[in-house]
Design a protein around this ligand. Structure first.
Ligand SMILES: NC(=O)c1ccc[n+]([C@@H]2O[C@H](COP(=O)([O-])OP(=O)(O)OC[C@H]3O[C@@H](n4cnc5c(N)ncnc54)[C@H](O)[C@@H]3O)[C@@H](O)[C@H]2O)c1
Length: 344
């Protein structure tokens, strides 16, 4: 069978990473086109990946307008790694042209537009959209999910999550800490419990002195789920030390923790310990590789194999409630459309 011909929209940090992944690590797929609002960036990447290479991409063309890339006959499937605000229009174009799409989170910027995407996909009659909540593909998270689902520890009651970045750009405001960072724990909690989040409370301690005035970092959130479980998360994007993501599940007959970073442990120079990655791409490299390979394989079968448009919508609805709670400090109920009515 011939390779899946992939086009990538948005080749900044994440899109360039996915481009390399398609070219160097993914079986059964070929990168044929890239598009970016910054034309020079797209040209530089296409050039770097095309250089004298039969072994690399072959030739990657640059398409000026992302909507033309999505419509192109020689593009079988699309990876959307443009900023969240551009996703809605580009997703509608993918649906219009029947193109399977791996859309980086967030699906869209708000619950209302995310629901319109879910409804539009439903009208098409098959699932074309997979959302890039890649933690579901991380071997540690996958093993945790398998353990909890096995019932060996009894019912899972609580999740404790920690999500820390070394540092964030000064432009990364309080709202982005919710929408771009906490959203990963929103998806993890819904997925591990297989239940919707019905209420969220976000509280903030005294902020670190290392951020601009008005940025609320760190943030503490409490999720209440429809199945009666609860999850908490500390998100701290200017932790200074490194990238750290941990999750402890507490069940009736035991607990399980992932993300302890117990890679190489050294004793040297009068000190002991290990290294901490500075960047999410290092910690979750395997998760991205598995996510993209499984997406390619599923796309060839005409399916998706991961978080759906509904998952993207539900996360957007939770983030909307989270932002309201961030303002008031009070619990806010999550408003979610009736799934059985929307998806029939
Ligand atoms: N899954 C994850 O862990 C993860 C991690 C990082 C980023 N992301 C997501 O990936 C997406 C991209 O993030 P990033 O960190 O690479 O950002 P980035 O700013 O590095 O890259 C975005 C790129 O998109 C281009 N662009 C801007 N508007 C565009 C448009 N309308 N059409 C096409 N291209 C456009 C920009 O020029 C830039 O090159 C975001 O949705 C982000 O939330 C996901």
């Amino acid at each position: 069978m011939s390779d899946l011909r992939v086009g990538i929209v948005g080749v900044g940090v994440m899109g360039a990473d996915h481009a390399e992944r398609i070219v160097r690590k993914t079986a059964g797929a070929r990168l044929v086109a890239v598009s970016d609002a910054d034309l020079a960036r797209a040209e530089a990447l296409a050039g770097a990946l095309s250089v004298g290479s039969t072994s690399l991409a072959g030739s990657v063309r640059v398409v000026e307008d992302p909507l033309d890339l999505i419509a192109a006959d020689d593009v079988d499937a699309v990876i959307l790694a443009s900023p969240g605000f551009a996703h809605a229009e580009q997703l509608f174009a993918c649906l219009e042209h029947g193109k399977p799409v791996l859309c980086e989170k967030p699906l869209t910027m708000d619950a209302e537009s995310a629901l319109r995407v879910v409804e539009a996909e439903h009208k098409v009659g098959r699932q074309l959209i997979q959302v890039g909540f890649m933690r579901r593909f991380d071997p540690e998270y996958a093993a945790l999910k398998q353990l909890l689902d096995s019932g060996e520890l009894g019912r899972t009651l609580v999740l404790h999550n920690v999500h820390r970045n070394k540092s964030a750009a000064p432009t990364f405001r309080s709202e982005m800490i919710v929408r771009d960072s906490m959203v990963h724990e929103v998806d993890v909690a819904r997925w591990l419990f297989d239940s919707e989040i019905t209420r969220i409370t976000v509280r903030t301690p005294q902020p670190t002195s290392l951020v601009a005035d008005g940025v609320l970092d760190p943030q503490l959130a409490l999720f209440e789920l429809a199945n009666g479980a609860m999850a908490d998360v500390e998100v701290f994007v200017n932790f200074q030390v490194g990238y750290e993501v941990r999750c402890e599940a507490v069940a009736e007959r035991g607990s399980a923790t992932i993300g302890l970073g117990s890679g190489v442990f050294t004793r040297a120079g009068g000190q002991w310990g290990g290294a901490m990655p500075a960047d999410f791409r290092v910690r979750f490299e395997q998760a991205y590789d598995i996510e993209v390979q499984r997406w390619v394989d599923a796309t060839v079968r005409g399916e998706i194999d991961g978080p759906s448009a509904w998952d993207g919508y539900a996360a957007a609805a939770v983030c909307e409630a989270a932002l309201e709670s961030l303002g008031s400090g009070r619990p806010v109920d999550v408003t979610l459309a009736d799934r059985s009515k929307v998806l029939g």
